[in-house]
Design a binder for this molecule. Structure first.
Ligand code: NAD
Ligand code: MG
Length: 387
């Protein structure tokens, strides 16, 4: 039986991995909407290849290119933030939410409000909206299938178990490409060094987040919303090989872990086929060749981001949205060569100290907090020395 799918963020790393799996099972899927921010030609080529119903660019300035690239086809072309939401509102069996950053929040919420299944990669949306998103999921009877490898691992380890029997959930962190660097070296890390992840190939923003370990901080908050075991039961451990993707410890002392290659097609496949399983082209684990798996504690002196995220999670309310927005601004500035690597966490910390809005209770509240936190973070950047 054919199922329908829309991919928000189709031209990105998660989008490409998803489409790779769809391509291998072409007759099982009908592609409805594919979206991108701007890469109009690339998006048009994908829309043609997958015979999509509609292709949408978030940046309206790219619509003309998209129209041109789609001319002669039956595929609808649209552009701008409201067009993204219109595309996300079209009925499908599965929406893959793979836009990066809070930019994906409104389209993801639109898909949630339609009910149905959402394979969620866009962690920033859940971190920012938190309870507003989980309440909408409950209200509209939507299902969130976690794409993030750690959360997908936890989700798998919880199948057949009861959440009230869980004693602890441990997120594994690779530690990123700069894991062994000294504080002095970290201050001089370049964008190229920060995005050179040893295990995973990902978009630039999440790669920098992995290097600062803010990625694990965001994932801590993400786990808090996806798996209601309480913040005290959530742990983080460094596991440089990225083979154990996370673990769930039950009250009887049993710990279940999910292991797999560091290839996003594995967790994405588990969402595409859920609750069944499907083939992937990923090389299976060869544990004998790996020889050993190692684990180490977090070093929050060199990598303060996980502490900031944990504190924001405990503070609750608007804090995670402020943390996320400041981080997005700081990461963009670092990638643009405007700021030292170690300033990223500093900008986040100072934005959190200076801006403490009321807890958001609606999507518009969340977006208001996000916008204000961004402008405060940008102001901070301007007053900060580069080094
Ligand atoms: P990416 O940068 O490779 O792709 C992002 C996609 O979003 C692209 O299609 C881009 O065109 C689109 N986009 C960017 N800004 C947009 C905007 N303002 N409006 C509309 N569309 C916009 O990112 P990625 O690595 O694929 O990550 C996507 C999401 O998945 C992120 O939230 C990331 O944290 C999460 N994630 C990624 C991986 C991974 O392996 N890449 C793993 C786990 C979670
Ligand atoms: Mg992850």
């Amino acid at each position: 039986m054919t199922r329908s799918i829309s991919i928000l963020g189709a031209t990105g790393s998660v989008g490409a991995s998803t489409l790779d799996l769809v391509r291998r099972n072409r007759d099982e899927w009908r592609v409805v909407a594919l979206t991108a921010n701007c890469s109009a030609r690339e998006l048009a080529a994908l829309a043609r290849e997958f015979d999509a119903e509609i292709a949408v660019v978030g940046d309206e300035a790219c619509l003309r290119d998209l129209r041109e690239a789609l001319s002669g086809s039956e595929i609808e072309a649209a552009g701008g933030p409201s067009a993204l939401c219109e595309a996300a509102s079209r009925p499908v069996d599965l929406t893959v939410a793979a836009i990066v950053g809070c930019a994906g929040l409104r389209p993801t919420m639109t898909a949630i409000r339609r009910g149905g299944a959402i394979a969620l990669a866009n962690k920033e949306a859940l971190v920012s909206a938190g309870d507003v998103m989980t309440a909408a999921v409950a209200q509209h009877g939507a299902t969130l299938l976690p794409v993030d490898s750690e959360h997908n691992a936890i989700f798998q380890c919880l199948q057949g178990g009861r959440i009230e029997d869980v004693r602890a959930i441990t997120l594994t962190a690779s530690g990123g490409p700069l894991r062994t660097w000294t504080a002095e070296q970290l201050a001089l890390a370049t964008p190229a060094q920060a995005v050179a992840h040893p295990n995973w190939s990902m978009g630039a923003k999440i790669s920098v987040d992995s290097a600062t370990m803010m990625n694990k901080g965001l994932e801590f908050i993400e786990a808090h919303h996806l798996f209601p075991v309480g913040l005290e039961a959530l742990r983080i451990i460094v596991h440089p090989q990225s083979v154990v993707h996370s673990m769930v410890e039950y009250r009887d002392g049993s710990t279940l872990a999910q292991l797999g290659p560091s290839d996003m097609r594995v967790p994405i496949a588990s969402c595409l086929a859920y609750p069944a399983r499907m083939d992937t082209p990923c090389a299976p684990l060869d544990l004998a060749a790996l020889g050993s798996l190692t684990f180490e504690p977090l070093d929050e002196v060199r990598f303060p981001a996980t502490r900031l995220a944990r504190e924001a999670a405990h503070a609750g309310g608007a804090s995670p949205a402020v943390l996320n927005a400041a981080n997005e601004v700081a990461v963009a500035a670092f990638l643009a060569g405007q700021m030292a690597f170690t300033r990223i966490a500093l900008v986040v910390e100072q934005t959190l100290e200076r801006y403490t809005p009321m807890a958001p209770s609606s999507l518009d509240d969340v977006l208001g907090v996000d916008a204000e936190a961004r402008s405060r973070a940008r102001e901070l950047l301007e007053t900060m020395p580069i080094g």
